[in-house]
Design a protein around this ligand. Structure first.
Ligand code: HEM
Length: 538
């Protein structure tokens, strides 16, 4: 177990933007800079201990003194390319924290940021995010909108413009009244998915002790499930992805989202406008993928618009829920352009983000049969009590919620959450100027013994044990935090919990191999090879 840093709690309002000009800094910077190049290679912690000891004098240290992984961003970037570190960014962060301690700086190509993971530091960051929290701008995404003259949605906006859109979207996807409306739609899709899987297991599976059992890679089916569920909630429309001949158009949408995500990380650190000018293949692939995502959304929005024009009043009068799109169109508070921009972002953000954690969830439940049985017992009891009401069923099965949290702790979809504080702050006794890009590194946070007891253990119950305990905040951060947290959070949580509930009611899960899954980062964290899962009909 690592020693916890001694934190100096005296709050000093530090003026200026550069640590080296900080009048409170008394220790010469050269004596304290620890480079990861040395420390990561030999993996020793001497550098850290030295920094901690020097912090005991109670002085706030300068920004420049924060340990870093090398001063030259371009040299670092070349190393990243050569060692294919983009695909293992989560592991790189893990190693670097182990070598440099709980805070470090990283320069990478055009980007420069500070990395942290301890909940106490995140809480400090949260307090300084302001009314309009800002994340790292995804410049390649923003440039695509500009060159195609599309409006931006909440993901890419900042300031008052962001807040205005976000408050309207919250009403349709985050508030409990909205959840009540869309939950039955998600439940319908989850039930249909299980029905399809049951038929497949009966048809293709072998019979073991009078029970049908089938081993498959469920990943393509889970992607279809997530897309079907997203379309049902967002457009109020079923698209028939569980039929024997699902549309090629939908498959193309799934590929386009994968391509867009996979081409994002390298573009974040390269001068992508230059790549645009020279027509580099990486940039062209990225833009083509986005174009496809936009045209898919556009076609469905047009259809939704026409459908609403024909029957919305009758539908609304009957109290019929017309999906997020229908609600936004009916209310008319957002312009059509902004509705399109936001609906497209919800679609782009809504498929891989749930399909991938579901793969991890089936795998972990499969390789932990006792935990699986415990969750199933609770789900069965709750389902029996709920009389078919999906919301009641979920409320009575907190272990399902714990399962999703636990999966996102071990396998966070996005490996960091970023913020630019609006005022100078002190993290780990270092002065961090306002406007610095700070990454909260979720993969390291979730697996840190400083934060979680027995962190490698898949233990959904840990969340019930800790619920409401003081000082336990800022540990479950997969959806981000504060006003800018994931706007699709309620859709995602309910979609995943409902699918797991129906799967556990129908099948016993096991895995042919319980070895740890190797993971790779392609803007989202995913298994290098999708796991095989055995579904045995109960
Ligand atoms: C397990 C599933 C998901 C995870 C782990 C996840 C994670 C995240 C995270 C970490 C953020 C940034 C939050 C912050 O900066 O504090 C985010 C933002 C966002 N997510 Fe998700 N997400 C998931 C599912 C979804 C779904 C299903 C949708 C759409 C239906 C969605 C749409 C968005 C959008 C539009 C934003 C930008 C919000 C804003 O900036 O105001 N996400 N998500």
């Amino acid at each position: 177990m690592r020693c916890m840093p001694t934190r100096v709690t005296v709050r000093v309002r530090v003026q200026g933007t550069c640590g080296s000009r900080n009048p409170l800094r008394v220790i010469p910077r050269s004596t304290l800079c620890v480079t990861a190049a040395e420390s990561v290679v030999d993996g020793k912690l001497e550098g850290r201990k030295e920094v901690r000891k020097r912090g005991m004098d109670g002085q706030v240290r300068g920004f420049e003194e924060i340990p870093h992984t090398g001063r030259n961003g371009w040299v670092n970037l070349v190393k990243f390319w050569r060692e294919d570190r983009f695909r293992q960014l989560h592991k790189h962060m893990d190693r670097t924290f182990n070598a440099l301690g709980p805070i470090y700086r990283e320069h990478l190509g055009t980007q420069s940021n500070v990395n942290i993971f301890l909940p106490s530091d995140v809480s400090e960051l949260f307090l300084s995010e302001g009314l309009h929290p800002e994340r790292m701008t995804l410049e390649p995404w923003a440039t695509h909108r500009e060159i195609r003259q599309h409006s931006k949605g909440v993901f890419l906006k900042n300031g008052e413009e962001w807040r205005a859109d976000r408050l309207l979207l919250n009403k349709e996807v985050m508030m409990s009244s909205a959840v009540k409306r869309f939950l039955p739609l998600l439940d319908e899709v989850a039930r249909d998915f299980c029905q399809m899987l049951r038929m497949r297991v009966e048809r293709e599976g072998r019979v073991v002790e009078e029970k049908h059992s089938l081993t498959i890679n469920p990943s393509p089916d889970l992607f279809r499930f997530s897309l079907e569920a997203s379309c049902h909630v967002i457009y109020g429309e079923r698209i028939g992805l569980f039929s024997s001949s699902p549309s090629l158009e939908s498959q193309k949408f799934i590929w386009a989202v994968e391509r867009m995500l996979a081409t994002t990380p390298p573009l974040l650190y390269l001068p992508h406008r230059l790549l645009l000018l020279i027509g580099a293949p990486l940039w062209t692939q990225h833009v083509t993928a986005w174009d496809h995502i936009f045209s898919h959304a556009d076609a469905r929005i047009q259809r939704g618009y026409q459908r609403l024009g024909q029957g919305s009043e009758a539908g609304a009068a009957r109290g019929h829920y017309t999906g997020v799109l229908g609600q936004l169109l009916e209310k008319g508070q957002l312009s059509l352009d902004l509705i399109k921009a936001n609906i497209t972002e919800l679609m782009a953000g809504g498929v891989d983000t749930t399909a991938v954690p579901l793969q991890f969830a089936l795998f972990e439940l499969g390789r932990n049969p006792e935990v699986q049985e415990q969750v199933r017992q609770q789900v069965r009891a709750s389902w029996a009590q709920a009389g078919g009401d999906p919301q009641k069923a979920l409320q009575g099965a907190p272990l399902l919620k714990g399962t999703v949290r636990e999966i996102l702790r071990l396998y966070p979809v996005g490996i960091t959450v970023q913020r630019r504080p609006i005022r100078d702050i002190i993290l780990q006794n270092y002065h961090v100027p306002a406007g610095t890009m700070i990454h909260v590194c979720l993969y390291h946070l979730g697996r840190s013994p400083e934060v979680f007891e027995d962190p490698q253990r898949f233990d959904p119950e840990r969340w019930s044990r800790h619920e409401g305990k003081r000082g336990e905040g800022f540990r479950s951060l997969a959806f981000g935090f504060g006003a800018r947290q994931c706007v699709g959070r309620r859709i995602a949580e309910n979609e995943m919990q409902l699918l797991l509930m129906h799967i556990l009611l129908s099948f016993r899960l096991s895995v042919p191999s319980s070895e740890d899954l190797k993971t790779t980062y392609t803007f989202i964290l995913q298994p290098e090879t999708p796991p095989q899962i055995t579904f045995c009909k109960l």
